[in-house]
Design a protein around this ligand. Structure first.
Ligand code: FAD
Ligand code: AMP
Length: 475
């Protein structure tokens, strides 16, 4: 192996592996160092996303939703089953197989694009040199014209309740339970807490969610968050808002969690607890102090809008830099940097990054919330459409939720699209494209949407912005 590259990427998650592939496509000699090791002790590029995040969580969300529907909803469709049983080991094995197929896919893509895939740890040294420490063997010194740092993030631990991998687990532990907990505590009602709480609730756990904020899903549009909260409570998630967990004590039969809210101090006992209070950037062992890469006060690598760090020819992308911790955000930063390195145009539109929560119903949004528009003093129009009036949603027996569209009162430009309902994560794609093209509500109104599809709900919400919805009473 040559030790000189145009580009060395450290970290092979969705930010790093995408940057490496695009750099190689652009004709740059590229290496990608990744430290992840799979459960089979083999290198497993793909980062948190493929190994312990987006993909395994969606696999379990899908399986648990099917289990739930088979038990509780199939009879509505006139489908009679015998007793529906749970084979959790098979469910987990299916998830693991998907993960290993996709991680193997990354290896295949590296090979096809001639990216040198290096399994082990990378450390940035001064002068654009990288120390590569393979999992087995001697360290090597690599030289690079450019280095891209993409080392991602790790779960935040509560000091008062450290992870023990058994009773107190992070998201990785919660994706790997080998038995359904009877009483499950979830600390943090963010995306990860809600998705994993939903998985285990559907599989039979009693789930108590403790969230420190007073407002449910404070980052989402208030009306959408309210609808989602209503649905989750109906599903049996016991959600406590304004509840800050102070400590946890291990007992004989479980963990006693003490939390404070406005009413005072409370205790609950659970068998297992998922701590999902956020993630922090991961740079341990990555940076030689003389390499010149600065961190901000929260530990993220400091970058400009093009992901340049404070060191010449060193770039950083993904969860390890500012911005939402989302796989697609990191991937787009990877594409931007790789294109800039090849002398091409590169840009990320940070104002237009979709968010999706893959619960049932799903929640997805793009752009500004009604609360943000109010605060900014922007004059806006609102259109909503309930899935209850969507033929397709009815046929699917998933007619809960709504689409909400916010448009500028003067120019009609789309300012935000917010969805709580079936396949919201797919539906939001239309809105992302529309907003990227600076479409107006009228553009959506005049776009033909196939019937009967869920996309008609987006169409009707756009019509409703101007009180012209056909399948709803305009107020
Ligand atoms: P990572 O994916 O964390 O990858 C970093 C890689 O770098 C890792 O493989 C790590 O081992 C390696 N590494 C670290 N240090 C070194 C070093 N010194 N040398 C070599 N390698 C190193 N996002 C979404 O967009 N959609 C979702 O549905 C979603 N679901 C999620 C569900 C869960 C349970 C979790 C935990 C996260 C989820 N996320 C989701 C977030 C998403 O996983 C992250 O935003 C994304 O993985 C970040 O990508 P990244 O490439 O920056 O970092
Ligand atoms: P996210 O950042 O989306 O992963 O969400 C993490 C959630 O955990 C946020 O909604 C936080 O408000 C919440 N949170 C953080 N610390 C605590 C705590 N000690 N007790 C309860 N909730 C917490």
């Amino acid at each position: 192996m040559s030790s000189k590259f145009d580009v060395v990427v450290i970290g092979g998650g969705p930010a790093g592996y995408v940057a490496a592939i695009r750099a190689a496509q652009n004709g740059l000699s590229t290496a990608c160092i990744d430290a992840w090791v799979g459960s089979d002790d083999k290198p497993s590029p793909g980062g948190t996303c493929l190994n312990a995040g987006c993909i395994p969580s969606k696999a379990l969300l899908e399986s648990s939703e099917l289990y739930h529907r088979a038990r509780h909803e199939f009879s509505t469709h006139g489908i009679r089953l015998g007793e529906v049983g749970l084979d959790l080991a098979a469910m987990q094995a299916r998830k693991d197989a998907i993960v290993s197929q996709l991680c193997g896919g990354i290896q295949g893509l590296f090979k096809a694009n001639k990216v040198s895939s290096l399994a082990g740890h990378g450390r940035l040294l001064p002068g654009n040199k990288v120390e590569f420490r393979p999992h087995a063997g001697e360290p090597q010194l690599l030289e690079a014209e450019h280095v891209i740092l993409a080392t991602g993030s790790v779960p935040t631990e509560l000091k008062s309740l450290p992870f023990d991998g058994q009773r107190v687990v992070d998201s990785s532990g919660a994706l790997a339970f080998s038995a359904v907990p009877r009483r499950l505590g979830v600390i943090g009602a963010g995306v990860i807490g809600l998705e994993l709480g939903s998985v285990w609730r559907r599989l039979g756990a009693e789930v108590t969610v403790l969230e420190t904020m007073d407002r449910f899903l404070f980052m989402a549009d208030g009306q959408i968050a309210k609808e989602a909260e209503r649905q989750f409570r109906r599903q049996g998630l016991d959600i406590h808002l304004g509840a800050r967990v102070q400590s946890g004590e291990h007992g004989k039969d479980g963990v006693r969690l003490r939390y404070d809210d406005r009413q005072g101090s409370h205790e609950i006992e659970v068998d297992q607890v998922i701590v999902a209070v956020g993630r922090r950037p991961w740079t341990d062992g990555l940076l030689d102090p003389l390499a010149g890469v600065a961190l901000d006060e929260r530990g993220f690598i400091k970058v400009d809008e093009h992901c340049r760090t404070t060191a010449a020819n060193v770039w950083a992308i993904g969860d390890v830099v500012r911005g939402p911790m989302l796989a697609h955000k990191g991937s787009e930063e990877g594409v931007m940097v790789a294109d800039l390195l090849a002398g091409q145009y590169g840009h990320v539109n940070y104002a237009n990054i979709p968010s999706v929560i893959y619960t049932a119903p799903e929640i997805a949004w793009i752009g500004q919330t009604e609360e943000e528009l109010k605060q900014a003093g922007t004059a806006y129009k609102t259109g909503t459409f309930n899935f209850a009036a969507s033929g397709r949603a009815k046929a699917m027996d998933q007619a809960a939720g709504l689409v909400k569209i916010l448009a500028d009162a003067h120019t009609d430009a789309l300012l935000g699209v917010h969805i709580c309902g079936p396949m919201a994560g797919e539906l939001i794609g239309e809105a992302v494209l529309a907003m990227e093209f600076q479409a107006t509500a009228e553009d959506l109104q005049r776009t033909i949407h196939a019937h009967p599809t869920l996309t008609e709900a987006v169409h009707e919400a756009a019509l409703s912005v101007d009180k012209r919805a056909i399948h709803a009473i305009n107020r």
